[in-house]
Design a protein. Structure first.
Length: 274
């Protein structure tokens, strides 16, 4: 007897919100989108992005900054939104994600409308990120860490690491503090603005290429969404510059299948060694 094919909920379904009163929304956090039982920080920010877009009546999330106070459990959560300013082209929204009356994530988001693909970009920075090669070979990230911690989210998305940054998985870390690879959503769903909020936090920590660690919880994260991606997976490249005092920074750059930079961000995370 042939087993039924595995059906994975779409990212749109996983981040769906529903009204719960004036300035209030509800969502359900999926236990499969967790790392060691804790929901992924980018996933939580994407849910907050849905609430910000709904509260502001704008088309897209342009920027988001989040402070992670404590991890919620999978299950129902409430989101409270407050429109701080509604301008001609941008709206500022505060979103608090809470569970059982306890605040878990505090975020400030800017919503508006992203320009259509094809709009020319002008780089002024001398160290502008270079788009990745067209089709590099990838090494699939398994749904469990090398030390046995379950990562169910890797059964839902496909993360194919660039071979040159995946040595940590076989005990030969590069030491460069950089990790990169291609990210595909369930069912190859196209990335929208809120999916890009998740993508900035989708790869294993770049600090793993320096030293094996335990949990690396996000403390604070900022994301800028620059354009709607072309169809297909996105390429994510993250780098850490300093591990010190129990904290690690990480900068992240996301290019779409056409090579265009569509989002970038940074975060500060805790780092715990076994």
């Amino acid at each position: 007897m042939t087993a039924a094919p595995l059906v994975r909920p779409s990212f749109t379904e996983l981040t769906a919100i529903r009204p719960a009163g004036e300035g209030r929304w509800r969502a359900d956090l999926d236990p499969r989108w967790t790392i060691g039982g804790r929901p992924n920080g980018g996933y939580l920010l994407a849910v907050a992005g849905r609430a910000a877009v709904a509260a502001s009546d704008r088309a897209h999330t342009l920027a988001a900054s989040a402070q992670y106070l404590r991890p919620p459990e999978p299950g129902p959560v409430e989101l409270r939104t407050e429109v701080l300013r509604h301008g001609r082209t941008a709206t500022h929204v505060r979103v608090q994600l809470s569970q059982d009356g306890t605040a878990c994530v505090e975020s400030l988001l800017v919503t508006g409308r992203l320009e259509a693909p094809g709009t020319p970009a002008a780089w002024t920075a001398p160290d502008a990120p270079v788009p990745p090669p067209a089709s590099p070979d990838g090494i699939r990230v398994p749904p469990v860490t090398p030390d046995g911690v379950p990562v169910p989210i890797m059964d839902q998305v496909a993360v194919d690491l660039d071979a040159g940054t995946a040595g940590f998985a076989t005990g030969t870390p590069s030491g460069r503090g950089e990790i990169a690879g291609r990210l595909t959503l369930p069912g190859a769903e196209p990335f929208d603005d809120c999916a890009l909020l998740y993508a900035v936090d989708a790869l294993p920590p770049a600090s793993l290429t320096v030293a094996a660690t335990g949990w690396v919880p996000t403390v604070s994260m900022t994301v800028y969404v620059r354009a709607l991606p072309a169809p297909g997976p996105v390429h994510v490249r993250c780098s850490s510059s300093l591990i010190d005092g129990g904290r690690v920074d990480e900068a992240c750059w996301i290019h779409d299948s056409s090579g265009r930079l569509v989002a970038h961000g940074s975060q500060l995370a805790g780092i715990r060694y076994p």
